[in-house]
Structures are given as structure tokens and as C-alpha cells.
Design a protein around this ligand. Sequence first.
Ligand code: PEP
Ligand code: MG
Length: 574
Amino acid sequence: MSFTLHGIGVSRGIVIGKAHIIERTELDIIEYAIPVDEVPLEVARLHSAVQQAKLNLRDVRKEIPPTTLADIAAFIDTHLLMLEDSAFTFDAERLIKDLRCNAEWALKLQRDALVKAFDEMDDAYLRTRQDDVDHVVTRIQRILLNYAPLKHELPDHRLEGMVLLADDLTPADAILMQRNGVAAFVTDHGGPLSHMSILARSLGIPGIVGVHGIRKYVDENELLVIDAREGVVVGDPDAAALSHFRGKQAERQRHAESLGRLRGTATVTVDGCAVELHANVELPDDFIAAHDVGASGVGLYRTEFLYMNRSESPDEEEHFRTYRELIETLAGMPVTIRTLDLGSDKDFDAGETRSVDPNPALGLRAIRLSLREPSLYWPQLRAIARASAFGPVRLMIPMLSTISEAHQVVADIRKVQADLASSAIAFDEDMPIGGMIEVPAAAICADSFAHLLDFLSIGTNDLIQYTLAIDRGNDAVNYLYDPLNPAVLRLIGNTIDAGISTATPVAMCGEMAGDVRYTKLLLGLGLRQFSVHPTLILEVKHVVNETDVGAVEKFARELLTVSDPDEFQTRLAT
Ligand code: PEP
Ligand code: MG
């Protein structure tokens, strides 16, 4: 019988295919004694398994497409480095010799010791490396135990067109899936912001995460429909459901092809309102994508990605070089560089400050952290100011909650600019300074921020999280994450109004800006700048170009007066 399950969509696309279930059984590692004269043979067995694991992983590494985000390749490189590090095998070898135990057991002891050492560290970055140790050790142990490779690991196409179901997946799995033609995936666990999800998006593999118990409901080879955009899995679809999804699939395909024509065309509503479509960028590959899709600028550069997967913070020169590369790629388009937004789910190591934070989403995050940690803050301010000499740079402050924070940053930038001037270093003295409106307090008092700052940008991902008191990374409360909640919409309306009455440009750069279900409504509320992931720019442009703002304005304004969710939904539906 047909059934439907829900999770969080990771990348778009509708896939109809048969299920293949990955059951990663816990490895049964037992200890046994090795006679003294066989110890050299056991050591050789270890080395040969390590060598085999290395070859397998190098094969995976070779498959990474050149367009893949750099940090994903780095993730695989980390595992390779571990396997190539003689210290890694030396310890296991020593355990075999000292304890005269089997290689699998020696690896288990070594992994336990490393995990314990990581647990005791205050360093959040190193703590995340526990998973890496686990992946690498398990890979070698599977070879030692002659476990058959999992089907999706085999270099053939027997899973072509199938949907992989697993507890959780790693970035290496994503690469193997692509190599072997797997069409989609569904996992019990995992978040939409994990490395695996980022890679799946970049490889264009549709998937859904957080579908708890998926493998209990589905049989091997059962037919499934995956609608990744909606986060829906349909099991055993009947003929009507199949024809519905096939129709939807064909329609989306035609739509995607037709969007290509919009590249390079103006973004103007039917009644002549010009709209700016900027790109959100994180990593260097996105800089090129933003340029190629014809974005009219970068509305959000999330610089915190410069700090991730490493133990040292970038220095002023590294910041400067990266910003300059982005500015040059965008060739004259405005580039909005946001000061770091580390903390909360964007984990990092800031030593003492961070390790005692019991509630990181409400703690030292973003601008609060910058103002507390001079070593993170000042090099970045200087680098942004220096980069402003090379093109139209705008500096943006994340997570403002009180106007005093904005005053502080503006004063600090003036100080940096004065220092640069005294050293005869070039900068743009008119560099616009803007702030993100993503804390309800800032949205309510948006007028004061609009008076002080040159532009505002609404960060709906956090604005929704903080308004509705739901952790945006927690799939258990994801059902409450609603951009159309009347309270959220009023805060958005209030911010746009503050911009209109003070002639301060207001943009939106949260995920809501890229979701075409909301484009008309936002235009009706007066939003004229959207900043979205490069892959969404043409979709949003398409909706903007067919909107008559005059026709939706009244409806959007009236919606702001409705608090009853049922009435709200009824009006939306009509
Ligand atoms: C937001 O909160 O909407 C936003 C754009 O910032 P981030 O997702 O980086 O927190
Ligand atoms: Mg945010």
C-alpha cells in the first residue's frame, strides 16, 4: 500500500526509482592472540590492509569533479593523509607487537585512545575529527575482516537509477553515489547543512535527510518517489501518484530549460519595478557561479567558511587575498562582505570564550563574538577596508540586536580607515556599512538601524529561528519553521517599511528570498533586493518578471493585519 514520509530536502529534483538499503552492520571486532613467531605476519597484514584502504580512497579522490567545493575534497584528503601518516600505522603496529594481538583489535584500541584524547580537548575543531578517525579505522577493519564492499562502493553501475537508503552518509559516499549513477538518497539522520548535504547539492543529487525509520518502512527494490524540493518520500506509489509525479518531473525539466533564456536579461516586474538579484556566496566556486548566472552583485558573502575545517584563523592577508579574488571575479558588481558569523551551528575553535557557552545560538555568535575577540575582528575589518580599494565593497554586520553594536562597528571602521590613511594604504572612504536584521529586537527597531546604516538585509533563517524559538538545525522542531507565520511576516514588513521611510535599501538574504513561493508576496510588501544562492537566481527572476506589483500590494499589506493562522492560510490560498 502506498505511504508518504517527510524529511528535509537537500537538493532539488523528483526521482522515481527502486530502493537499495545500506545496512552498515556494526563490525564485530574480537581480540585473539598471535603467536610470537607470527607477529611479523600480522604486522604485514595490517600494512597491506592500510595500503588497500589508501588505494580505494585514492580512487574516490580521483572521481571528485573539478567543480566540487574545495572543502569537500579536503575532507577526503584528510582521510588520505591519515592513512599516509606513518605515525597512524606505527601505533597500531606497536600494539600488535606489545600485546601480540590481532590487527583489527590493535586498530580498535588505537581508535578508542584517540577518541578519548579528542574528547578531553577543548578544541571544537579537533573534536569534530573523531568522526574522521572512525571512518578511517572502520575502512581498514572492513578490509582486514574481508567484508564484502557495500554495493554502492563497487565500481560498477548496478545501482544506476536507484534510491539509496541509509542511516547516514559521508561525503565519500556521495562521490561514490555519483560515480555509480545512484539517482537519489534518503537518510534517517543528518542535517541539510552537513558536509554530505553540501556535497550532494553541489553534485546535483536529490536527497532527503531526517526521515526517521525510513529503512523500517521500505523493502529492498521497492519503488519510491523522491520529491527533494518538498522533502517527501512516497513508497509503493499507485498509478495515479506515478502519473502525477511524472507530470511534475517533466514540467520542472521544461521549466529549468526555459530559465536559461533569462540569463543576462533585466529583472523588472510587469508594471516596471526594477529588482536587484544578488547572489549568496560561501566558497570560491560560488564566486564564479554568481558571475556566470548574471547576478547583479553579491548580497551576502559568508566569510565564516574561511575559518572552517582548520585550527588557525585566517590572517589579514588571507582575508584580503580572498576578498580581492571575489571582487575581481565580480568585475565591478557590488560585493557585500559579511563579517564572520561563527558560533551556533557554524562550529569553530575560539578557545576559552566558546567552550563554556551552554546555549550557543543565544550566546557569543557573529558580531558579539567579533567584538569580544580582537584577534578575529580587527584583521577582518582591516582586510575588508583594504579590499574596498579594488571594487564596490559593502561591509555587513551579522546578528545585530542593539543599536549600540552598530555604533561600535561604525566607529571601529572609521578607526581602521584612519590607520590606513596614515599609512598611505588605499581604501574606499565611502564604503557602505550595513547590518543584518535577523534578531526580532532589531526587526522591531529597524528604523533606528535604518537611520544609522547605509543598507539592511533581512536574514530570515535566523529571524524565523529566534522569533518562533526553534533551533533551525533541529529536525524535531522543523515542522514549526514557517516563513509565513504572521509574527515573522510582520517583522519583515516592519523592516521593509523602515527602509522605505528612510530611503535605506533593504534586501533579503535568508533562504526565504530564494523560495519562489514567497516572491510575489515579498514584492507586494515592497522588497526590491533579493540575495539567493546562484542556482536560484533565474527561478526568482522568472517570477519577478511575471509579477504585477500593483496587483499584489494591497493583498500583501492586508495579510500583515491577520493574526489568526487559519484565516491567514485561507487568504493565501485564495
Ligand atoms: C540568515 O540568518 O537568514 C542568514 C542569511 O544568515 P545565516 O544563514 O548565515 O545565519
Ligand atoms: Mg543568520
